[in-house]
Design a protein around this ligand. Structure first.
Ligand SMILES: [Cu+2]
Length: 298
């Protein structure tokens, strides 16, 4: 069965074939829509924070209509990162990609964490790669992926065409979120992508409290954070008032993430209040890499 999984959680059983429609679309992006660093009080005039770019945008089946990149259960309501692609171990993914970049640049999608043949690699290498890594404006390509047993977790996808450097600097990246065969679907899923952009340090393409996403949860909910970094720097994911366990079971409240690395953390929420989440590299925080997490009873 073909379905647009824009808002659907993964089904409890695996083995589904999931179709996703994604286009590369040009847009004008404001890194600081309220033009202000709320903590320092410094103003950032629009001329310094607005840039033309290309982003991944989810569409309904057959690219009929644009749809929300963030499915239900997330507070990621904008175009950076690209569509959250959800699956479960054992699923096959068919990611239909179309390049709608009016400026004539090729683009592609390259996925981490899943199995695929070279024709679904999406990377550009003259003399070796095919159309999958060089999707021209107006053209499309379907990437065929499988979520194997070693795919559970969150993983980056990004442009790996010849325009890769500029595309990633402009926000052409997103995440795959793959559940284990019997793993619970979280009540909330928050995507945090650390990346430098336009001279600022951004979370999901925005800088400073009031511009970065405000994530929500209620006490008792199972909360999952999907974290990754893109670009050339390392970042540290830190959430106030909360701890989670590392792979050895040791509690932590800060974890390092480097370029194209990714991880997820989960907890059962039990700390009502308004909290900060941020990169704890001090200069990055000062340049915008900080946001608000709000846990409310209703
Ligand atoms: Cu950082």
């Amino acid at each position: 069965m073909v379905a647009a999984y824009a808002a659907a959680a993964p089904p409890p059983t695996s083995g589904a074939v999931r179709h996703v429609w994604v286009a590369a679309v040009p847009t004008t992006w404001n890194l600081v829509p309220n033009q202000r660093d709320a903590i320092s009080g410094v103003r950032h005039p629009p001329g310094s924070t607005v840039l033309p770019t290309v982003v991944y945008r989810r569409y309904t089946r057959g690219w009929r209509r644009p749809a929300r990149n963030g499915p239900r259960g997330t507070d990621n309501h904008d175009l950076i990162p690209g569509p959250l692609i959800r699956a479960r171990v054992g699923d096959r993914l068919r990611v239909h990609f179309k390049n709608l970049d009016e400026a004539g640049r090729p683009h592609s999608m390259h996925f981490h964490g899943v199995r695929y043949r070279p024709s679904s690699d999406g990377s550009y290498l003259p003399g070796f790669s095919g159309d999958d890594g060089d999707v021209r404006p107006g053209e499309s390509w379907t990437y065929r992926l499988t979520a194997g047993r070693d795919s559970a977790g969150v993983w980056p996808y990004h442009d790996h065409s010849r325009t890769m450097d500029a595309s990633i600097a402009g926000g052409m990246y997103g995440m795959l979120s793959i559940l284990g065969r019997r793993e619970r679907v979280p009540d909330r899923e928050h995507q945090v992508v650390f990346a430098a952009m336009g001279g600022l340090q951004t979370i999901d393409g925005r800088a400073f409290v009031g511009n970065t996403p405000v994530f929500h949860a209620r006490p008792g909910e199972l909360v999952q954070w999907d974290v990754m970094a893109m670009g050339s720097e390392h970042h540290t994911f830190h959430v106030h008032g909360h701890r989670w366990r590392d792979a050895n079971g040791v509690p932590e409240d800060t974890r390092t993430v480097g370029p194209a690395e990714s991880f997820r953390v989960r907890w059962r929420e039990q700390a009502p209040g308004t909290w900060l989440y941020h990169c704890h590299v001090e200069s990055h925080m000062a340049q915008g890499m900080i946001g608000i997490y709000r846990v409310t009873r209703r």
